[in-house]
Design a binder for this molecule. Structure first.
Ligand code: GLN
Length: 212
C-alpha cells in the first residue's frame, strides 16, 4: 500500500521515514500525477503560507480535494492542520477546506513558541502520545461531526477527526511516534479495499481493533 506525503516544503522526510518504518511505501507528492495510486495523503508541518503558494503553483488544489472527497484518509500535522481547515482565524483563505473547524495559527505566542508534553489520545490506546508543538495552531471552533482526539490540560483542542480527515497540532514524526501513521495506514487499507460493514463501505467510523 502506498501513502503520499506532500513534498513541497516542511517536515517531509520525517513522515517518509515513519511510513517506511511501519512497512508502508511512501510517495513524495510534488505534482498532480504523483497522486495516482496512493491510498492516503499526509500534509506535513512547515509554513502554511509557503504551502499555500506552492499548492497553487503546482495545480495540486483540485486533485487533492478530489482525493479527500473520494474518502482517502488525509492526515494534516501542524501547518497541515491549518491547510485542511475550513476556516483560518483572521480571515486567510482556506487551502483545502475539508475539515469543519476554525484554526488559529501560532496560537501559543512567543514564550511558549515550542514545547513538548505527553497527552492522552485514547484512539491510540492507553499509552500517552509524546507531542512536540512548534509554533503550533489550535482549534478554536469545532463543526458538527468533528470528533476530538486530544486536548491540552487546559482543554484546548489539538487533535481532531472528521470521517477520513485527521488533523493534529503537533509533530508525531519528530517524536518517534508511529501509532498515528498506523492509524492512517489502517484507514488507507480500508479505503483501498473496503470490506462489508466498515467505514469505507459506508458504515460507521473506522474500527481499529488491536492493530495499533
Ligand atoms: N506556524 C506555522 C504556520 O502557521 C506552522 C508551524 C508548523 O507546522 N510546525 O503555518
Amino acid at each position: 500500500m502506498r501513502i503520499g506525503v506532500l513534498a513541497l516544503h516542511g517536515a517531509v522526510i520525517e513522515h517518509i521515514q515513519t511510513l517506511r518504518s511501519i512497512g508502508v511505501e511512501p510517495v513524495p507528492v510534488r505534482l498532480p500525477e504523483d497522486l495516482e495510486g496512493i491510498s492516503g495523503l499526509i500534509l506535513p508541518g512547515g509554513e502554511s503560507t509557503t504551502m499555500r503558494k506552492l499548492v497553487a503553483r503546482w495545480n495540486l488544489r483540485e486533485p487533492i480535494m478530489a482525493l479527500a472527497r473520494s474518502g482517502a484518509p488525509i492526515l494534516g500535522t501542524c501547518a497541515g492542520m491549518i491547510i485542511v481547515a475550513r476556516e483560518i482565524a483572521g480571515g486567510e483563505e482556506p487551502v483545502f477546506p475539508i475539515l469543519d473547524v476554525t484554526v488559529e495559527r501560532n496560537a501559543f505566542g512567543r514564550q511558549l513558541d515550542s514545547f513538548e508534553m505527553d497527552l492522552a489520545m485514547p484512539i491510540l490506546g492507553d499509552r500517552p502520545v509524546h507531542a512536540i508543538f512548534i509554533r503550533a495552531p489550535i482549534i478554536e471552533r469545532l463543526g458538527p461531526g468533528v470528533e476530538v482526539l486530544a486536548r491540552l490540560p487546559d482543554q484546548r483542542v489539538v487533535a481532531v477527526r472528521q470521517r477520513n480527515v485527521i488533523a493534529i497540532s503537533f509533530h508525531p514524526e519528530l517524536a518517534g511516534e508511529t501509532r498515528i501513521h498506523r492509524l492512517v495506514a489502517t484507514m488507507a487499507a480500508e479505503y483501498a479495499e473496503p470490506r462489508e460493514g466498515t467505514a469505507a463501505a459506508g458504515a460507521e467510523p473506522w474500527s481499529l481493533g488491536e492493530a495499533l
